[in-house]
Design a protein around this ligand. Sequence first.
Ligand SMILES: N=c1c2ncn([C@@H]3O[C@H](COP(=O)(O)OP(=O)(O)OP(=O)(O)O)[C@@H](O)[C@H]3O)c2ncn1[C@@H]1O[C@H](COP(=O)(O)O)[C@@H](O)[C@H]1O
Length: 187
Amino acid sequence: MGVGAWQRLCRVAVDSDGDALRFTVRQYGSPPSFCHRGTLTCWGFPSGLRALQETLQSRRGSAPAGSYTKRLFDDSTLLRSKLVEEAQELAEAEEPDDIASEAADLLFFALVRCVAAGVTIADVEAHLDARALKLARRPGNAKASRDSAAAAILSDKAKRAADKGPVAAWSQAPSAGALALAAAAAA
Ligand SMILES: N=c1c2ncn([C@@H]3O[C@H](COP(=O)(O)OP(=O)(O)OP(=O)(O)O)[C@@H](O)[C@H]3O)c2ncn1[C@@H]1O[C@H](COP(=O)(O)O)[C@@H](O)[C@H]1O
């Protein structure tokens, strides 16, 4: 294990035929590491969200000049605006690749928000796991103020696109779903 790193045992589970154990741990330290090479596992470097989390955690300690994440850590107003903007863009995206790209943007800003507050992916997963065990469903309705905020952003976007000219207006025109949302909120 890396120097100064430690792990808390969360769960030990036996497999279906009783010949293997799975240990679930939470890792701590700077950086949290299980391997003597300072990585989370002995099977190479993580990828995806875990890798991004490691990068962001290290940026929080020290960041190279020009680091965008450092700018976000230092400017909570910018981070809040980008979170809302990317959520809006994800809600409007329609093609699968655009949805994946917008979701990646949103996850990036969400993870910056988490890391800035010392929250880890494991903390988020703990909430999801707890919800998976609950039988009761919550209504999950949107707040009316969110609907009207989305409608205002969409109509502002459409207006800016119209001001730029017909080609920009066509390429940035809100989708049918977005227009329906704006109309419903305006009604
Ligand atoms: N995953 C990301 C990531 N996703 C998005 N972004 C930045 O977030 C910003 C998004 O803003 P915008 O949507 O306005 O940018 P845009 O898409 O060019 O503009 P629009 O066309 O949407 O208006 C851009 O500056 C992107 O570069 C990211 N910046 C950093 N990362 C990761 O974070 C790591 C550390 O980044 P630095 O601290 O900047 O080195 C990087 O190595 C990456 O792994």
